[in-house]
Design a protein around this ligand. Structure first.
Ligand code: NAP
Ligand code: MN
Length: 267
């Protein structure tokens, strides 16, 4: 019989460490090999932490095929379905195969600047902002159709799972993860006689390309905030964002837990 490996990726705090030891014990007893480093041959990755820990595990391990499940030891834990009292139930139900697998579509950003280009993947969202808290001026095209010149703090392009993150804080809509679409949400849009842009968010089909052309202001620098990690780019020609064919996977135990989770976390 082949080895059954499970990655346990724990945040560095006392509670996460406690659950880590407990899981190592109980999964070990059941014949699993657990590892604290990411092993791509594992059948599952358990993340102990909050949403931030989940996002970092996904990015650091290059958006792996190995499915995820999370125990929430953080603040909000929207991605982290299980709580610290669920260890025994988790081991039991996991062994019995009483779970489903869901896939999450990533978004891909291609940024082209003087002298190069880069491709980035996001789970929650990509945010385009100006550097140094300036306002950013962006020409917005959807599938080559010019839509508007945006002027303001920036634009968020979020996935359905990302719709409850930054997008939600700026009054974007909550989108059920079964839908495949992108949401473009303005951050403090300036609306005046000089500038006019949509004030509400816009939802576009997954295979449409959102193209943002920054107008050169200040040093021509913009910030791309990818799932909370920022990078400054200089002399950007355009940023193109669309839904990627690449997915990540998570396993889910509860049936139709989405609405309960939403109520639990937000209301
Ligand atoms: P953070 O600053 O610690 O996260 C901000 C909050 O967003 C945390 O409470 C986090 O939950 C929560 N969160 C993350 N993904 C979520 C999701 N899909 N649905 C609901 N809530 C979610 O930074 P972080 O933990 O590294 O997370 C990065 C994310 O922060 C970014 O992707 C962005 O969406 C979000 N963010 C939000 C704002 C805002 O709302 N004004 C501003 C910047 C960034 P945990 O407490 O469990 O980590
Ligand atoms: Mn966090």
């Amino acid at each position: 019989m082949s080895e059954r490996i499970i990655n346990i990726l724990a945040k560095d705090d006392d509670l996460s460490k406690k659950i880590l030891l407990e899981l190592e014990d109980k999964l070990g007893e059941q014949g699993f090999i657990t590892t604290r480093d990411f092993n791509k041959d594992a059948e599952l990755s358990i993340v102990l932490g909050g949403d931030g820990s989940f996002l970092r595990s996904v990015h650091q391990n290059d958006f792996p095929e190995v499915p995820f499940v999370g125990f929430n030891t953080g603040h909000l834990g929207f991605f982290q379905e299980l709580s610290i009292d669920d260890v025994d139930r988790f081991v039991e139900e996991y062994i019995a195969g009483e779970y489903r697998q869901e896939s999450l579509h990533l978004i891909e950003t291609n940024v082209s600047y003087e002298g190069g280009s880069e491709r980035l993947l996001s789970v929650n969202e990509m945010v385009v902002k100006a550097n140094n808290s300036k306002a950013v001026e962006l020409d917005v095209f959807i599938n080559s159709n010019y839509l508007e010149r945006f002027f303001g703090d920036g634009l968020i392009v979020s996935t359905p799972v990302g719709s409850t993150a930054y997008n939600y804080s700026v009054r974007g809509s909550v989108v059920h993860p079964k839908l495949e679409c992108l949401q473009i949400t303005p951050l403090a849009p300036i609306n005046s006689k000089a500038f006019r842009s949509l004030q509400n968010s816009l939802i576009v089909p997954p295979n449409f390309i959102v193209r943002l052309e920054p107008k050169k202001r200040y040093e021509g620098e913009i910030i791309l905030l990818n799932d909370g990690e920022e990078t400054i780019f200089k002399d950007v020609k355009y940023v193109e964002i669309d839904m990627n064919y690449k997915k990540i996977y998570r396993i889910v135990f509860a049936k139709d837990s989405y609405w309960n989770n939403l109520k639990d976390k937000f209301l």
